[in-house]
Design a protein around this ligand. Structure first.
Ligand code: CAA
Ligand code: NAI
Length: 698
């Protein structure tokens, strides 16, 4: 028997335990092991019932995702689940942790399910571009009906054991010791000869035909706007509908075909890549070499947009926070920024008054820097000006205890220069949050020349506490994300000056899968920020490099986007998405005529060909220069900070799927028009020469 499955007989019950840490994924060895163990149980005359239980922290959390895309190794999961269901002995699934995907499907193959009250069950395959492919779409609805099945499978969100018990999917909630409870349940089943009904023969969920039919229709309608470009949610609904109207054999076959259909999509490839990329990004050399420092009490400098968002993220993760502002008016605004969000949480029922009181008890607003003398880490979020930041760090150096980590939330500035204002530059790093910092998942951890390993490790610990997705970034202008953004932002400006409208660019980018286009995003973030940045960089700009002044002309009118009611779009009172700015056409035409540009027509495909080429080329340079540790870290950055569609995996995964040779041809074609902006990244050239792709560097 394989060592990932163990077998023992306790009284009259065979206990089959999954031992495949960390999450008991159902890889080939586990599947074969189950078959062998069932065989062994059947060959033992003393065995009258079988328990399936997870060793370690969980019942199986699903198929082994690393096997997707490779050859299908027998026995497949559907066969294993069928085998479980066809046992003559009663089978009990004893669930703790998270029974997800194939794990829950195994449990549905059993006749009885007992779970701890903390356990969760779910069918999250939709997050991987898939559907439950081992009978989940056929068995779950037979117990729980269409509505609950659709909710579980199209959202991918797990439910608690108590909710699953109400649905009839869990038969019994265990006492403290799961195995003891399961064994006693087994004895009851054996002694009372409880009927071991197969899930595929259950009809409880099929009775209310009218509401099941309505649930299918409603789901199809809702998905038209809610599916976000995903294919698999539609196929999930098809499969559930099939479960309502067909025999189990027909239904399982239908599900298998739909599963293979989803398995072969680029969406599945992109989403599985995103799953592993996200988990890899926290694996960095510094954290491997050193343990993090103590991290309980955070000092935050500035209570503006970012300072208050960071404060909220830290408070919600259970930390103590002291916020420092420059004067009483500013700290009052800082407090208001924090309370506003907590009050909204209360109004939405996500928090109660005592919860707010508890959080506010860990929050100390002040205007006195002395109050952060004893904190473990400080994050500075003051104005984006080098001299202001350096003055703050000088003060921190004088006030804050030795051993504390000093961090800046700067978007673009040089962390080494900021660190040079202190006598302890090796304790300084960048922690680049995204707005709103209490919501956005990305945290770029920016590494200056030579920080202590444990300083970097503490940055990663902060991300873990706050449940952020951390990415290690080198110290350059804009780090990973903003550096790449400034290049495709520039390209978007070229497109408009050359003939496209901002609406056309935004529509193309949205149709590619982004929630919004770049011009909508600029208007939302505020055009003044970019304007200030361009003015600051004017003296160092290459005079030969193409420069588009349209955004400057807009800003000169005092139009800074949403906050002033006008930018690339106009925002009449009460409107959420912008409408056309009637003055923009004139501005664009004037700028074009100054350069004698005859406007061209751009198809959506052409817009995206250029937009993606610019993004990928810069992303490749970011990897080439070591600013990102690996291509998947760039993907994670753009997925979590910039709205890149997850089902495309990130720009460098997309590049692999698009084809590097084709991409290089595009770039060389554009280089003929503008050899200064377009220079093929040496990394792309190298990968093509070596017949490799970006994924080979992950
Ligand atoms: N296959 C392979 N590896 C997996 C895995 C899976 N199903 N689930 C998790 N892992 C790995 C992770 O990559 C990670 O590896 P490293 O330590 O090397 O980075 C490790 O297990 C721990 O995972 P997390 O860091 O995510 O741990 P967590 O405690 O934060 O979360 C979890 C645990 C909730 C189970 C989470 O890992 C998760 O959501 N996993 C995916 C669950 C899933 O999607 N299951 C459905 C699979 S598809 C399926 O089953 C198809 C089918 O119907 C036939
Ligand atoms: P903001 O203008 O909303 O807030 C800055 C706050 O700093 C103000 O409340 C100000 O009173 C305070 N402040 C200034 N000098 C101070 C001092 N010496 N001591 C204490 N407080 C002081 O600015 P915002 O948007 O919060 O930006 C802060 C930093 O975060 C900047 O470096 C910015 O580049 C960066 N950032 C901003 C993002 C955004 O989307 N707004 C995103 C990511 C980073």
């Amino acid at each position: 028997m394989s060592n990932v499955i163990s077998f023992e007989v306790v009284e009259n019950t065979a206990v089959i335990t999954f031992n495949n840490p960390p999450v008991n994924a159902l890889g080939h060895a586990v599947r074969s092991g189950i078959v062998d163990a069932l065989d062994k149980a059947n060959n033992n005359v003393n065995v009258k019932a079988i328990i399936l239980i997870g060793g370690g922290r969980t019942f199986p959390a699903g198929a082994d995702i690393t096997e997707f895309g490779g050859p299908l190794l027998e026995p497949g999961l559907p066969e294993v689940v069928n085998l479980i269901e066809n046992q003559t002995l009663p089978v009990i699934a004893a669930i703790h942790g998270t029974a997800l995907g194939g794990g829950l499907e195994i449990a549905l193959g059993a006749n009885f399910r007992i779970a701890t009250k903390e356990a969760k069950i779910g069918l999250p395959e939709v997050h991987l571009g898939l559907l439950p492919g081992a009978g989940g779409t056929q068995r779950f609805p037979r117990i729980a009906g269409a509505k609950a099945s659709i909710e579980l499978m199209t959202s991918g969100t797990p439910i608690r054991a108590s909710a699953a018990h109400k649905l009839g999917v869990i038969d019994k909630i265990a006492n403290d010791n799961l195995l003891d409870s399961a064994l006693s349940y087994s004895n009851t089943i054996i002694q009372n000869k409880l009927p071991a009904v197969k899930t595929s023969e259950r009809t409880d969920g099929l009775q209310d035909k009218k509401s099941n039919k309505e649930a299918i229709e409603n789901a199809r309608n809702a998905l038209k706007s809610k599916a976000g470009g995903l294919h698999s949610p539609f196929r999930i609904v098809d499969c559930i509908e099939k479960a309502l109207n067909s025999s189990i054999i027909e239904g399982l076959k239908y599900e298998r075909d739909a599963f293979i259909d989803c398995l072969n999509t680029p969406q599945r490839e992109g989403l599985v890549h995103a799953f592993f990329a996200e988990r890899k990004s926290s694996k960095v050399p510094e954290a491997g070499r050193a343990a993090p420092r103590q991290l309980e009490h955070l000092g935050v400098i500035g209570g503006g947009t970012m300072g208050s968002g960071i404060t909220l993220a830290a408070l919600k993760s259970g930390m103590q926070v002291t916020m420092v502002e420059q004067d009483s008016g500013s700290i009052a605004r800082g407090i208001q920024n924090v309370e506003k969000v907590l009050d909204r949480d209360i109004s939405k029922g996500r928090l109660d008054l005592s919860g707010k009181a508890e959080i506010m008890g860990r929050y100390t607003p002040t205007t006195d820097f002395q109050n952060i003398a004893e904190v473990d880490m400080v994050i500075e979020a003051v104005f984006e000006e080098m001299e202001v930041k350096k003055a703050v760090f000088k003060k921190l150096d004088n006030v804050v205890r030795q051993g504390a980590v000093l961090a800046s939330n700067t978007s673009y500035l040089d962390i080494d220069e900021i660190a040079s204002a202190t006598k302890r530059p090796r304790d300084v790093i960048g922690l680049h949050f995204f707005s709103p910092a209490n919501i956005m998942k990305l945290l770029e951890i920016v590494i200056p020349s030579n920080p202590y390993d444990d300083v970097v490790a503490t940055g990663f610990l902060l991300a873990k506490k706050m449940r952020k997705v951390p990415v290690r970034a080198g110290n350059c202008h804009g780090f990973i994300g903003n550096r790449i953004l400034s290049i495709y932002g520039e390209l978007a400006a070229y497109l408009v000056e050359d003939g496209a409208t901002p609406e056309q660019v935004d529509t193309a980018v949205r149709n590619f899968g982004y929630p919004m286009g770049p011009y909508q995003m600029f208007d939302m973030a505020g055009l003044d920020i970019g304007w200030a940045n361009r003015k600051a960089g004017a003296s160092s700009r290459d005079p030969k490099r193409r420069y588009v002044s349209i955004a400057d002309r807009i800003c000169e009118n005092g139009w800074f986007g949403q906050k002033t009611g006008k930018g690339f779009y106009e925002y009449p009172e009460g409107i959420r998405f912008g409408v056309e700015n009637p003055d923009l056409k004139q501005i664009i035409e004037t700028e074009r005529s100054k350069k004698n540009i005859i406007p061209k027509q751009f198809s959506e495909q052409e817009i995206m060909r250029r937009y993606m080429a610019a993004m990928i080329n810069e992303a490749a340079d970011v990897v080439h220069e070591g600013i990102a540790l690996r291509p998947s870290d760039v993907d994670v950055t753009l997925l979590y900070g910039y709205g890149f569609p997850r089902y495309r995996g990130g720009p460098l995964k997309y590049a692999d799927m698009y084809g590097l040779e084709k991409l290089a041809e595009d770039i060389k074609e554009f280089e003929k028009e503008d050899p200064i902006f377009w220079k093929l990244s040496p990394l792309i050239e190298k990968l093509i020469k070596e017949n490799k792709n970006f994924d080979s560097l992950n």
